[in-house]
Design a protein around this ligand. Sequence first.
Ligand SMILES: CC(C)(COP(=O)(O)OP(=O)(O)OC[C@H]1O[C@@H](n2cnc3c(N)ncnc32)[C@H](O)[C@@H]1OP(=O)(O)O)[C@@H](O)C(=O)NCCC(=O)NCCS
Length: 184
Amino acid sequence: MLPPFSFANTPRLQLRPLVMQEARELLLVVMASRDSLGRYMSWPREMVELDHARRFVKMGREQWMAGRTVRLGVFERESGALVGNVELDSVDPRRRQAEIGYWVRGDREGNGYAAEAARAMLRYAFESLRMHKVRADVAVGNGASARVLEKLGFVREGTLREDRPVGNVFVDHWRYGLLAREFR
Ligand SMILES: CC(C)(COP(=O)(O)OP(=O)(O)OC[C@H]1O[C@@H](n2cnc3c(N)ncnc32)[C@H](O)[C@@H]1OP(=O)(O)O)[C@@H](O)C(=O)NCCC(=O)NCCS
């Protein structure tokens, strides 16, 4: 079991695991953001039923218990609305490395939310989990996500050829990395 997440409040956001009763809100948010979320990732196009959203919440809890993933809903503090998700995946305590991922609902893009939520998750990764490095893989051409990472100090380390599918096509991905000593 991973340690509790102690960076839940950022200036504008609250980060916490979703509860099962919020699965419907998650489904609505993902469906409303399908075009923006589905451009560079496959799973948003596959979340079309309440059961899929419930599985997403359930798996997040199970993976946290198993010590592999920290999956947090991102809520706007002012409105209480669910505006996105941030997660730390593939947590490897021996190698002291993990992978970060995030998304923001379509109608809230461009407010700096992704960077704000990711920064809190990086604090958790480096301060609570003592990770040495956090990586992120971004579909080539996803300029907004690359910019989020660069704002946080990540360095582009290379290109992974046809690394994972988006829809039916295997897409090249940029590999980004951030070392603990580089986190600011
Ligand atoms: C990528 C994503 C998370 C960004 O969320 P966000 O809250 O809008 O991000 P931020 O506001 O923190 O930062 C976005 C930055 O990208 C810039 N940007 C936006 N579109 C861009 C583009 N096409 N090319 C280059 N930069 C771009 C913005 O100007 C901003 O930079 P700035 O703060 O210097 O002005 C969001 O667009 C999203 O969820 N996309 C779909 C899912 C996804 O791609 N997730 C990442 C998978 S690796």
